[in-house]
Ligand binder design. Structure first.
Ligand code: PMP
Ligand code: GLN
Length: 386
């Protein structure tokens, strides 16, 4: 393994899912649902396969049906207008979108600001692109437990070498949804310092209570400097299909496409047609999905609280970050490695998402995108911890 990648080892998701398999523990680690997405969308994929749509290489930018559906979704949800031919690109999941974007836009030595804790592929992709990551740490507010961005710290992190801001909202793993005020400040900073912005919005449809997902591309001066990334995996509960996408101004999307063509060229042929149909589902689908996940959040949050964890109630995503110190624990890594034996549950130590590992040491993430009976059983098991 070369020096750029040596520090990253095996992704925590593979490690923890393997642990769940070998111990038979309930897997609340890796974020994937245990119930597949809508039957009619699975049928759409079968139809595409059977009709021979997408069984051979689809067009490089994605099939026109899907690019049109992505543009229509951005228009309908957010009032953002994108040309399906020049401003939309289909990728192999958000993961490839992130990789291709960073490989396309970074020069060696460019600095990328990302909010720590950050999704693990960010650091590896920045490294593969020869960039330097500059983490700005989100910290839980003493009053409401919301992991917050310190806007002064963000401003101070920008240097002459900063090329782009990598923003994830709703935020994995903390569940923070950035507010209009925070996004306004980020947008003003990007314009003032002439930065590119890459936004990872894979949890765009998972926001709860009063939270609202606001794409940065809708803020003044942002459309032309923002690459927006999302994916079908989370929204439609088909994480194995690996259909993602990028939207942005033509110059940016063309650049991302230049990198993407040499990573996979294309992927997910028949699934692209099915996702085009999924994006056109009526609002009732998205509302029911959100309501289901909200009930699951509350169920798992109550179980974790009863078990003695400090719970940071997420405003978005399908993850709950907890603090294990009330249980007399300090080290999330050790805790997660022991948890399958101790309680028959798998979770993720947030420390892996930090450069400042000690800042993340006591935090542990649990996924709640699981059946109600599974969450109830997990809560019961975790209740034996103290
Ligand atoms: N970004 C974030 C924040 C994620 O949690 C994930 C995991 N779904 C991804 C990107 C990757 O998405 P995909 O599975 O579509 O590659
Ligand atoms: N996004 C998922 C999570 O955060 C995992 C994706 C992966 O396995 N790489 O759990």
């Amino acid at each position: 393994l070369n020096r750029r990648l040596a520090e990253f080892g095996t992704t925590i998701f593979a490690e923890m899912s393997a642990l769940a398999m070998s111990t038979g523990a309930i897997n609340l680690g890796q974020g994937f649902p245990d119930t597949d997405g809508p039957e009619e969308i699975r049928e759409a994929a079968v139809r595409a396969l059977r009709d021979g749509r997408g069984n051979q290489y689809p067009p490089g930018p994605g099939v026109p049906e899907l690019r049109t559906a992505i543009a229509a979704h951005q228009q309908r949800r957010y009032g953002l207008t994108y040309d399906p031919d020049t401003e939309v690109l289909v990728t192999a999941g958000a993961t490839e979108a992130i990789a291709a974007t960073l490989l396309a836009l970074l020069e060696p030595g460019d600095e990328v600001i990302a909010f720590e804790p950050y999704y693990d592929s960010y650091a590896a992709c920045i490294a593969m692109a020869g960039g330097t990551r500059v983490p700005v740490t989100l910290r839980p507010h003493p009053e409401d437990g919301r992991f917050r961005l310190d806007l002064d710290e963000l401003r101070d992190a920008v240097t002459d070498r900063t090329r782009l801001l990598l923003v994830n909202t709703p935020h994995n793993p903390t569940g923070t949804v950035l507010t209009r005020e925070e996004l306004t400040a980020i947008a003003e900073l990007a314009v003032e310092r002439d930065l590119l912005v890459v936004t990872d919005e894979v949890y765009e449809h998972l926001v709860f209570d009063d939270a609202e997902h606001l794409p940065l591309a809708t803020f003044p001066g942002m459309r032309e400097r923002t690459v927006s990334i999302s994916s079908a995996g989370k929204t439609f509960s088909f994480t194995g299909w690996k259909v993602g996408w990028v939207t942005g101004a033509p110059g940016l999307v063309t650049a991302v496409r230049s990198a993407k063509q040499f990573l996979t060229y294309v992927a997910s042929g028949p699934f692209q047609y099915a996702v085009a149909e999924a994006l056109a589902l009526p609002d009732t689908y998205f509302e029911a999905f959100r309501a289901d996940m909200l009930a699951k959040r509350d169920l798992l949050a109550a179980g974790l609280t009863a078990a003695g964890f400090e719970v940071f109630r997420p405003a978005g995503t399908y993850f709950i970050t907890t603090d294990i110190r009330p249980l007399g624990e300090r080290d999330g890594f050790a805790f997660c490695r022991a948890l399958p034996e101790r309680a028959g549950v798998v979770a993720i130590p947030n420390a892996v998402f930090y450069d400042h590992r000690e800042a993340g040491a006591p935090f542990v993430r649990f996924a709640f995108c699981k059946r109600t009976d599974v969450l109830e059983e997990a809560a019961k098991r975790l209740g034996t911890l103290r």
